[in-house]
Design a protein around this ligand. Structure first.
Ligand code: 2NL
Length: 362
């Protein structure tokens, strides 16, 4: 009997000393598993006399219960240790962003193009596109820009070398040729905008040889300047996010429109900054007018039947205005710090007309 007591202490000590779950399982199998030491000893009970059975039966049962409990306790303790160790080593900082921070950003020009497109498509315009390498006819002649017009001269236009037919193509100096092509391709009415890259041989603080423009064209029966005025006002309200926007139409001249006007927006020049929508100063934002009858004739439309308006603006310029970007040349410097500062999050929704108003990533 003393042996049984001793055996219990021995095995319990071994269980308590056990440092890992695999070894504890080995110990369990070796002692109380089907063929374990204690189990085999209990089998010996069968050979005993009834008196011996009466004496040893409960003792063996008690031994087995003690061992089962000791193993269960030790197992729970080891599992808890293992869990704590894992919690320590796999500790996570739940205040970190859920995904790696995005590295790329949407260029302000792309953002402004998306916003302008959204505003005009919402009021019924379609987007038209055309080639950046353009024929003289579409870029100039059809637009009533005569041979001797200053805009045609070498210092303004990038001319390509003569092709096989002796013709010199140009890098389009505005996106108007897209509208000429649209009008020549099918019948009116037209309600289109043409955003895209344009080129002029000019480079200083306010001009880059490549820049961006959006032009709009509406041609139908009975279109008048009132339509033009509403369209531009509506665009300015949406784009600059102002309910009440001050607009001024100043008489001007373009060969492709008659009458022509330049559009100024009310603003304040304050501490070297431009505030749109307040103050008594004016800033030019676009040119516009009623499409010149000669342009309509050039695309085989009868000016007595069809009339319309057109306007054009520099996207680079309105991007600078909207977000207070000081230097035009930085737009194309590919400076990652600048892009990070002025760029927009890729998943921003460009719409100004929905609840998800666009905000910069700044
Ligand atoms: C400006 C001025 C303007 C147009 C562009 C246009 C196009 C066709 C016919 C007539 Cl097909 N006009 N475009 C009209 C007026 C002004 O742009 O200052 N842009 C930056």
């Amino acid at each position: 009997m003393e042996d049984l007591q001793k055996l219990e202490s021995e095995i319990v000590a071994a269980i308590t000393a056990c440092e890992d779950l695999a070894k504890l399982e080995d110990l369990r199998v070796a002692e109380i598993g089907k063929k374990g030491r204690v189990s085999l000893m209990m089998r010996e009970l069968g050979k005993m006399s009834p008196d011996e059975k009466k004496e040893f039966g409960p003792k063996f049962n008690k031994l087995k219960t003690v061992l089962v409990d000791a193993i269960a306790d030790r197992k729970a303790a080891l599992e808890l240790d293992a869990l704590n160790a894992r919690l320590q080593s796999e500790r996570i900082d739940i205040t970190l962003p859920s995904r790696p921070a995005p590295e790329g950003s949407i260029h302000p020009i792309t953002q402004v193009m998306d916003e302008v497109t959204e505003i005009f498509t919402e009021i019924g315009f379609s987007v038209a596109e055309g080639p950046e390498i353009e024929e003289d006819f579409y870029n100039f002649t059809a637009l009533n820009i005569p041979e001797e017009h200053p805009a045609r001269q070498m210092h303004d236009t990038f001319y390509l070398p003569e092709d096989e037919d002796g013709k010199r193509k140009v890098l389009r100096t505005h996106t108007s040729p897209v509208q000429i092509r649209t009008m020549m391709a099918g019948p009116p009415p037209y309600r289109i905008i043409a955003p895209g890259r344009t080129y002029r041989c000019d480079s200083d603080a306010t001009h880059t040889p490549m820049f961006h423009q959006v032009e709009a064209l509406v041609i139908d029966k009975n279109i008048h300047m009132g339509h033009l005025k509403w369209c531009i006002e509506e665009f300015c309200r949406k784009f600059f996010e102002l309910d009440d926007v001050k607009i001024r139409f100043r008489p001007s001249y373009f060969p492709f429109t008659e009458p022509s006007a330049e559009v100024d927006i009310g603003c304040a020049f304050k501490d070297g900054e431009i505030l749109i929508g307040e103050g008594d100063d004016w800033l030019e934002i676009m040119g516009c007018g009623m499409v010149n009858a000669r342009v309509l004739e050039n695309v085989n439309l009868d000016p007595n039947e069809y009339q319309g308006f057109a306007f054009g603006m520099g996207l680079d310029r309105i991007a600078m205005l909207k977000w207070g970007i000081p230097d035009l040349r930085d737009f194309f410097a590919a400076d990652l710090r600048w892009l990070k500062h002025y760029g927009f999050a890729a998943l921003d929704i460009p719409s100004l007309s929905t609840q998800n108003k666009t905000t910069g990533s700044k």
